[in-house]
Design a protein around this ligand. Sequence first.
Ligand code: NAP
Length: 406
Amino acid sequence: MKQLAQYKNYNKIAIMGGTFNPIHIGHLVAAEAVRQELGIERVIFIPTGNSPHKENDPMYNEHRYLMAVLATVTNPYFEVSRMEIDRTGKSYTVDTVKELRYMCSKDCEIYFITGADAIEQILTWKDPEELLSICRFVAVTRPGYDKTRLEKTINTLKKKYKGNIVFLEVPALSISSTDIRNRVVANKTIKYLVPDSVENYILKFGLYSTEFALTPRINDINKRLHSVLTPKRFRHTQGVAEEAVRLAERYGADMEKAYYAGLLHDCAKCYTDEEKLSMCEEYNVPLDDVLMKQPDLAHSFLGAALARAEYGVDDEDIINAICYHTTGRANMSLLEKIIYIADYIEPNREFFPGLEEIRQLAYTDIDRAVEYSLRNTIDYNTNKKRIIHPLSITALEYYREENNEK
Ligand code: NAP
């Protein structure tokens, strides 16, 4: 019972919710600013458990929790809860707030602090109406955050649910967990972006870098990719490389080649259309009518040329895996199929219809996964009124026949 009455003496408490992978100075500054601004007596950091909207690697749950403990230990107003980490099944904010309500006095005000990006999606969370009636929300924003979208959500909430959301801009939130992970992979310093204890923890357990990522050549590639890709794209390439290694292990392919191909598959993705066209000319990449009309599609062909000329790749199978990772083609090599599928299912991919099916097929029957993905892509792009590349059409015909004959 003592446990249940834990917060009975407080009038205002706040939950600081987030993935915290890893926790950084921006989170700490935000929590402290909200605490002071709103007169909050206790801030409880609750790292997400089994998130309803994305898959967290369970191995990282303990690391995320322990880093939050290390980061908050010196602030007497802060504590960390295992409530969501220890919850079995999907973890919903409404359940967390209700659980906390039992531990508080009847009149205690509960605030939920999290990133504005997350709160924008609140209407898709479980039981938004109930949630908004049992706690107040604080949306902390990064500098330059465009409030228009969230303001629309807030207006709907006010009208429909009488919900209330407070904004607080926190300059220190220009730091992001994604950037910290990317910096670790690219071997760049994270000093002063996270508390020393968290930095030491990341280094001690080798978090965010894989066995392959530690080799000097991969290190150089990552440094270069980090400078030419957006943070989100960089993270995606790490996810593809890691997923490709898992698939290579499953199907007995060369894991190192899979890692290189995954890492480099999008190396040409973040140039503008004009840059892509002029680089295709410079690197002698032939462009057919479809690629001329949709230069973004040329990024895989250009990527293969750049991998050879700029990143020192001379293995034809790696080059082909990069070259055909977007269109696919008939009769792909095992490595080509692995990169095609890894690009689709890597863990950072945001949800889209069919993702779960492809994730399952990927590890049971890669040819069926390829067929399913090709069909999905062709349907999606047809709906978007894009021209489908003939390579994709012949690839789908090829895999449909192959799979029917099995
Ligand atoms: P996320 O992926 O970690 O965060 C989304 C964005 O918000 C990122 O830009 C992140 O920056 C920022 N952010 C997250 N937590 C923050 C915090 N406390 N302070 C400042 N910025 C923060 O998190 P998420 O998965 O969207 O979840 C956020 C919270 O919403 C969690 O508590 C989660 O349980 C809850 N949620 C609930 C439901 C549901 O109940 N159905 C659904 C979705 C989310 P950094 O990467 O730098 O942290």
